[in-house]
Design a protein around this ligand. Sequence first.
Ligand code: GLU
Length: 293
Amino acid sequence: MSVPEHLQQHLEAGRALCAGGGYRGRFAPSPTGVLHLGNLQTALLSWLAARQAGGAWLLRIDDLDTPRNRAGAIESIQRDLNWLGLSWDGPPVLQSERRGIYHSWLSWLRRSGRLFACRCSRRELSDQPIYPGICRQAEHAWGWQQQRLPSWRLRVADDDPHGSGDVVLRRADGFIAYQLATVIDELSFGITDVVRGADLREALPAQRSLFDALGQHPPLFRHGSLLRDAQGQKLSKRVASSGLASLRAAGMDAAMVVGRLASGLQLVDPDARLSATELLEDLTHQQINAVIS
Ligand code: GLU
């Protein structure tokens, strides 16, 4: 089944944005709290890579998972990026304002027989590294059963080179899955290059399978290393105290924080003190790219 006209136009609009061949990057935080230093380090790296390439850098707010959103987080994300001098292009993109386009793609995928309804519980799947296809052959019962809705999975070819298994595109709670929204948005905004935290490397196979299912080229996906806390654990946004507020309270200005984030990325010496723009001017393409893989 071919892609309907309005979705074709959607793809073409995205392609037109990157037609000139320029770099288009993005930073896509979830507004679940204040940005912690690890998020800010990722933001800095993503910004440096985009600006060094003379490219655009967009701010996208991944706010579809509404129960996890925190009041004021969207504003604090923008305030923190501005304070650090990490300017983005255009208005921030709110995924919550784009549900229509995600649903259009989802309906088309469903109508063209690419999806199936899955009623496996998280517990049933907990020891399976990839989804083993349990519900693939089940009757397409999309409605309520035993007071529960199914999740909607993309049927991924058995010879899928990415090893993603069948990807959930709509969750059993009715929410659009992150994988679908992010892939549609990379296409909508003509994103050519994604630089994000290494924790998202595990999301890549599913995203690649979805780009394949839509017959579209993915951007170049790369990842920076994650900042760990003293115990070697990945930092969580819930650890609000490790955000900018605590550094500011300790008397650090933006140049000191930029220096600290950049030294965490091994880009400058630990006591460096400089603005984001000065950092950008000091670094070469090779230096920035050496810390992204
Ligand atoms: N919103 C996701 C997160 O904060 C990031 C999405 C992405 O960069 O692909 O973990």
